[in-house]
Design a protein around this ligand. Structure first.
Ligand SMILES: Nc1ncnc2c1ncn2[C@@H]1O[C@H](COP(=O)(O)OP(=O)(O)OP(=O)(O)O)[C@@H](O)[C@H]1O
Length: 254
């Protein structure tokens, strides 16, 4: 078996007296898209934030998160990013008052050549809208900017949190297509609520429930089992049956 790119062991997170993650363990394959699933509020975003060192102040994180030999929990976020851990947060976090070009320029790293060609090939609109303020972009365009910004640099692993949230169906499809292309070269750990997107992209799946991993394995095995999908994710059996060619919002997990 090929070694995992990321290993999460016994990850526990407490925030404001809440024991949100209670010993979460899973691995991320070195290729493809590993999707982190679960009902609303189970701790998917908390997991990604803990991995990248962005648990809110006062939060307590224990366990081990390894990429190679290193325990990531011992290292500050900027080092993790420099070492190739790319993070696209749920709320996109673009600088609204800066232009698209300025947002991208901020992601440039000294001593490396930013991959503008690759980013503009994936997102031609970012090149066309270079002078537009990011705050005036549509939600989908902001999402493209948030992903493009991370792809300017080399990544060993990408963490992407709910990239299709709040987007129109056509834009959801565009984002899914881009992630599919990105995943051909970089492994992705993806939090995603849109089941059609999950069906399209997921190679492996990890389901969190009640603070722990309730299921992990080949995504096809999970999605093929209507009852399992229903019990773990709370979606109806009709939605759990594959495949739907259109990537539509009606498949939202609850
Ligand atoms: N800073 C915080 N202070 C207090 N509670 C928090 C904080 N951050 C997260 N939580 C709580 O932790 C739990 C897990 O939140 P998290 O955002 O990780 O869930 P999620 O699975 O990503 O949810 P969703 O699918 O709705 O995005 C929730 O009950 C949430 O209210």
């Amino acid at each position: 078996m090929t070694a995992a790119i990321l290993t999460v062991e016994d990850l526990s997170v407490r925030i404001s007296g809440l024991h949100i993650l209670q010993g979460v363990s899973f691995t991320v394959a070195p290729a493809g898209v590993t999707v982190l699933l679960g009902r609303n509020g189970v701790g998917k975003t908390t997991t990604l934030r803990a991995v990248v060192g962005l648990t809110p102040a006062g939060g307590e994180v224990t366990g081990r998160v390894r990429m190679g030999e290193r325990n990531l929990l011992d290292r500050p976020t900027h080092r993790l990013v420099r070492d190739g851990l790319g993070y696209v947060p749920e709320d996109r976090c673009v600088f609204a008052g800066l232009t698209v070009a300025e947002n991208l320029r901020l992601a440039e790293r000294r001593g490396t050549t930013p991959a503008y060609d690759q980013v503009f090939a994936l997102f031609p609109e970012l090149e066309r809208r270079g002078r537009q303020r990011a705050g005036s972009l549509s939600g989908g365009q902001q999402q493209m900017l948030a992903i493009g910004r991370v792809l300017l640099n080399d990544n060993r692993l990408l963490l992407v949190d709910e990239p299709t949230k709040g987007l129109a169906p056509k834009v959801v499809t565009e984002v899914a297509e881009v992630l599919e292309r990105v995943a051909e070269t970089v492994p992705v750990l993806l939090v995603e609520q849109n089941l059609a997107v999950v069906r399209r992209l997921a190679t492996d799946a990890v389901v969190i429930d009640a603070g722990r991993v309730a299921w992990s394995g080949d995504a096809r095995d999970l999605l093929a089992e209507a009852e399992l999908t229903t019990s773990l994710l709370g979606v109806g059996s009709a939605e759990a049956h594959p495949p739907s060619p259109a990537v539509a919002r009606k498949d939202q997990l609850t």
